[in-house]
Design a protein. Structure first.
Length: 283
């Protein structure tokens, strides 16, 4: 049994006091501890930003790449060694702006990986500029007249693109967040979790109090069926006076790796490239 593994390391955490990332990392470590996985079986992939520093604070294999590019890096690692459990982490700034297109394609491929997005609705590391999820009319140093664009709904985008697991979490509820992470890690396919995580230093609108008045759990609706895409879309659209949290959608579909014939012979890193016959590709 491996549920006594804490996944802690000795690196000093440098987030602002009260940051939602503390809840996120606590939930992730609890989920990993309960998963039965060992540190050497996990790769945590990040890019640039406050939330991507999670890779510094969890005792697993890690890889850090360019801003917004955690998803393609994670996909490459998974395809090279599909025996690994790959988890990508990052913020709404990088993953929904520069990296937004990568989420679309990872969703439609249904590659077996987990994506955790710390969504504080701003760029936290660079002092509070607006991100793709910032509310319309939000005023920041970069938008003194207010945001004129509509915010994106990442869960709707993932569902429209074919993701087989989509969830919305809330940093103020560690128990629910841990359960979501646990189920996402166990899911065989692409799993995206959008975590509503207030930035206490720069976002004075979307605060803990703001979310506490609005969030509710989809499990509280006895008629809700997370395997029904239509119902999932309706829940995902609720982002105003009421915000649905929990597993919004989950389906059982073949993962990308299960459909790649060469991977049935074992991991790519374990195969001898010299023995692969590429002549059919040259016809």
């Amino acid at each position: 049994m491996t549920d006594n593994i804490s996944f802690d390391n000795k690196t000093k955490i440098t987030w602002c006091p009260g940051c939602g990332n503390f809840s996120l990392i606590a939930s992730l470590k609890k989920a990993l501890s309960a998963s039965g996985l060992r540190p050497e079986e996990i790769v945590l992939v990040g890019d640039i930003g406050c939330s991507s520093k999670i890779t510094d604070y969890v005792e697993v294999n890690t890889f850090t790449g360019l801003h917004g590019r955690a998803v393609p890096l994670a996909q490459g690692i998974k395809l090279a060694n599909h025996d690994l459990n790959v988890i990508a982490v990052g913020g709404d700034g990088g993953l929904y702006a520069e990296g937004g297109n990568h989420i679309i394609h990872a969703s439609r491929r249904n590659i077996n990986m987990t994506l955790i997005v710390n969504n504080n609705q701003i760029y936290g590391l660079t002092k509070g500029q607006t991100s793709p999820t910032s509310e319309k009319d939000y005023i920041s140093s970069a938008t003194p007249d207010g945001v004129i664009e509509k915010p994106i709904n990442p869960i709707l985008i993932a569902l429209a693109s074919g993701a087989s697991f989509a969830a919305r979490g809330y940093a103020g509820d560690i128990m629910q967040l841990t359960e979501i992470f646990s189920q996402a890690i166990a899911h065989k396919g692409f799993a995206i979790i959008d975590v509503l995580s207030p930035c206490v230093s720069f976002n004075k609108v979307n605060t803990l109090a703001y979310y506490k008045e609005r969030v509710y759990k989809v499990d509280e609706d006895p008629a809700f069926d997370k395997t029904d895409l239509g119902q999932a879309i309706e829940k995902a659209r609720q982002f105003g006076d009421k915000i649905a949290t929990g597993i919004i959608y989950q389906s059982n579909e073949p993962s990308y790796e299960e459909q790649v014939s060469v991977l049935s012979k074992g991991t790519l890193v374990g195969q001898n490239a010299g023995s692969i016959d590429i002549s059919p590709l040259l016809v």
